[in-house]
Design a protein around this ligand. Structure first.
Ligand code: GAP
Length: 445
């Protein structure tokens, strides 16, 4: 994992937030390559959920919501972790922290930080929602929450979307947006952070058909994830047991990936029954039931939710793409070398092609610049004339750039360039006039 974190910083994927001030715990910033990679993942999700389906509408709800929303959703009462404090060193831990010896609140409970025995308090519930104040007065009446999930923005807009889009049940609402959780044990890079992005879709169905739709969405989501190019043997399902199910869930499956730190979930598919709409109906006093005019029947729709983390999915994509390979030799590199390469699916790669003049003379930089200017109208391409061609290839391997275009001595004679494939290292000569279609064909899918 350290190697990936170091590459992410070196190549401009992810930086620690406020690093020059010593960093802010478990908050990360996406650099020039990271922002492109995450955006490509989010766009692919949006396309498959919203644009390619007739029965799903998009939404972008605000992060700040009426405080009653979080009472109705169960987050005020139930979105908590049990915590213990050390009265000696003032550190705070999750009650189930495996480093704690003995029983917190008892004389044998030992602080994992300072080692003092009997200094740990009995567990107390701590709410994970961030609080802030709305308006000029910092008083309890003005307190609001930073949303801990995007889903509630969908529930409270269910009726607005239904009426304005003229959809009929079954239909869905999809949203990508920031969420905030004051996690007590965050960590593992961008796996568990305090500020993150979710890609959530709530599918509203007739009660009784929820089981079928649940299975449908399970299959769809696994297909989508495999379509990101993730190795299937690194993916598995985990069904929630009775004691793991969230307060709202009838049934839930996680999709897990084998990260360098073990198997962990990065997406959940949840059968939420009618919990959400019924609760919002009760707390808001507004009717949220649905009239099925074909049979003249009223019901509160059930919800099947697909809930993915954009950051966690980005981490899955990065971990899965990261390879270290011994390369015997390739053009421009004579001796055997270990190369680090991100084998990203071309469609997800932040930079699609890098353009290199072989040497900075004989008119090669001029031709290379012209090709670069032409290509960047269509693709995110990169120009690099610094250092040996071998070094330039290696930098782009680490960035996950699928194609390297080199302008060499032959270019001025026959108007062809070499196109190097990041994964096979094979080079083919392509006429400059054919470059756009050559890349287009290979970047699709
Ligand atoms: N609406 C349901 C919901 O929010 P969840 O399992 O709590 O369900 C869904 O979260 C997804 O959001 C997770 O699978 C994960 O990808 C992402 N996620 C949750 N907490 C996160 C955190 N602290 N840091 C990064 N991603 C997180």
């Amino acid at each position: 994992m350290e190697k990936l974190v170091s590459l992410a910083k070196r190549r401009g994927f992810v930086f620690q937030s406020s690093e020059i001030y010593g960093g802010l715990g478990s908050v990360w910033d996406y650099g020039p390559l990271g922002v492109e990679l995450k955006k490509n993942i989010k766009e692919r999700w949006w396309r498959s959920m919203v644009h390619e389906r007739e029965d799903i509408e998009g939404l972008d709800a605000a992060i700040l919501m009426h405080p009653r929303v979080w009472e109705a959703s169960g987050h005020v009462a139930g979105f908590t972790d049990p915590l213990v404090d050390c009265k000696h060193c003032k550190n705070r831990f999750r009650a189930d922290d495996p480093r704690i010896k003995g029983t917190p609140g008892q004389p044998d409970g030992q602080c994992p930080a300072c080692g003092t025995k009997g200094s740990l308090t009995a567990p107390r519930q701590f709410n994970l929602m961030f609080k802030t104040f709305m308006g000029p007065v910092e008083e309890d009446a003005a307190m609001i929450f930073m949303r801990p999930e995007t889903a509630q923005g969908i529930y409270v807009n269910y009726l607005n979307v239904l009426q304005s889009s003229r959809q009929k049940v079954p239909f869905g609402i999809a949203q990508i947006g920031k969420a905030f959780r004051n996690e007590i044990t965050p960590g593992n890079f961008i796996f568990r952070t305090r500020e993150f992005e979710q890609m959530e879709m709530q599918f509203f169905v007739k009660p009784g058909s929820d089981g079928e739709w649940f299975e449908f969405w399970r299959a769809e989501r696994m297909k989508w994830i495999q379509g990101l190019g993730i190795r299937p043997e690194k993916l598995r399902w985990h069904q929630h047991g009775k004691n793991e199910l969230a307060h709202y869930a009838k049934d839930a499956y996680d999709i897990e990936y084998e990260f360098p730190f073990g198997w962990n979930e990065f997406e959940g598919i949840h059968n939420r029954g009618d919990f959400d709409l019924s609760r919002h109906q009760e707390y808001s006093g507004k009717k949220l039931d649905y009239l099925d005019t074909t049979v003249n029947e009223r019901f509160v729709p059930n919800v099947v939710e697909t809930s993915a983390g954009a950051d966690r999915t980005t981490l899955v994509v990065l971990c899965d793409a990261y390879r270290e390979e011994a390369v015997k030799s390739e053009e421009g590199i004579e001796k055997e070398e270990l190369r680090v390469v991100l084998k990203l699916k071309p469609e997800l790669a932040p930079i699609k092609a890098a353009v290199f003049p072989l040497v900075n003379k004989d008119g090669m930089p001029d031709v290379a610049r012209r090709i670069y200017d032409d290509l960047r109208k269509r693709f995110n391409v990169f120009y690099d004339d610094g250092g040996s061609i071998g070094r330039r290839y290696r930098r782009q391997d680490e960035a996950g750039t699928p194609f390297g275009i080199t302008i060499d001595g032959q270019t001025s004679q026959d108007q062809t360039v070499t196109v190097r494939d990041r994964d096979t290292l094979k080079q083919v000569r392509v006429a400059t006039g054919q470059l756009v279609s050559h890349l287009q064909d290979r970047l699709r899918g």
